[in-house]
Design a protein around this ligand. Sequence first.
Ligand code: FAD
Length: 322
Amino acid sequence: MAEVLVLAEHSADGGVKQVTLELLTAARRLGAPSVVWTGPGADAAAARLAEYGAEKVYVAGGAEFDEYVVAPKAELLAQLVASVTPAAVLVAGTTEGKEIAGRLAVKAASGVLTDAVNVVPGDDGAPVAEQPNFGGAITVHSVVTAGTPVIALRPNAVSPERSPGAATLQPVAFAASDAAKATTITGRTPAEPSQRPELTEAQVIVSGGRGTGSPEGFQVIEELADALGAAVGASRAVTDAGWYPHQFQVGQTGKTVSPQLYIAAGISGAIQHRAGMQTAKTIIAINKDPEAPIFEIADYGVVGDLFTVIPQLLDEIAKRHR
Ligand SMILES: Cc1cc2nc3c(=O)[nH]c(=O)nc-3n(C[C@H](O)[C@H](O)[C@H](O)COP(=O)(O)OP(=O)(O)OC[C@H]3O[C@@H](n4cnc5c(N)ncnc54)[C@H](O)[C@@H]3O)c2cc1C
């Protein structure tokens, strides 16, 4: 069975990010998954990777992955594509993952598909990716017709499923080229520690829009998020107004999310917002305008004032926790 390369994403503590387990689950449909691990920590991660079906783990443990931006990772993948001839390469559809996918595709003279929400083998066994387009209005199924398919799969799009693999560690001799070292990381500013899950990985997101009215009004969104163990998102109207930081913006020019549950409160549902959240499994909208476009894509809708609806929701959640 042909190998399918999966580029591992590391969590802040050096562990395995959930999206890597999702990629492994998708890779198993296409062939034998081989993880590509950059930097230290492969020994500690191997058991987790094995749990989700990794047969091999290619380990390039050099410091260059930490010192330079994404170019060395793309070079490493290109080297492995040339030596292993995999059936496909799967990367996370994160900002970094998509940049790596593009660079790899150029190096390997391959086609690349980004923002995929699913990938399955086609009749000939080659991967077929499902991609929402035009803000989710159209879903297309795409195949790569040149080279090794490079596919960036959105976090949370595939449910990770366990299936034991050997996760045999295989060291890879790799030295980044001078060109790949052209952009150096000069410093890192750790994100403010937050008890909330990371927006692009969260299973539940509570997002607030202009309907929250002010930074103070937006606090009710945080309260609901905390009651549900959710991440907080915001529309661009909110981030542009400075009511909430830009890194929490969801949409075309913000983050793309695919949680199990997305609660949109006081958000009209403009196409640019929908582009970033339309693939959520379940969408609940709270809006006082029954004609708001968000209701067109909502699974459940509450027509009402969010400052009345959310406190009632919080009471109900609190009752269940008593
Ligand atoms: C190139 C481009 C890129 C863009 N990228 C993005 C993007 O990435 N993300 C994004 O979000 N937008 C983006 N936008 C902006 C987008 O077009 C909308 O302007 C924006 O999404 C609107 O935000 P909103 O829904 O919060 O505000 P509004 O459209 O003003 O909607 C507010 C909603 O709140 C409801 N409401 C008001 N008060 C209450 C209340 N008390 N209780 C309940 N409901 C209430 C109203 O009925 C209304 O539906 C982009 C625009 C452009 C041109």
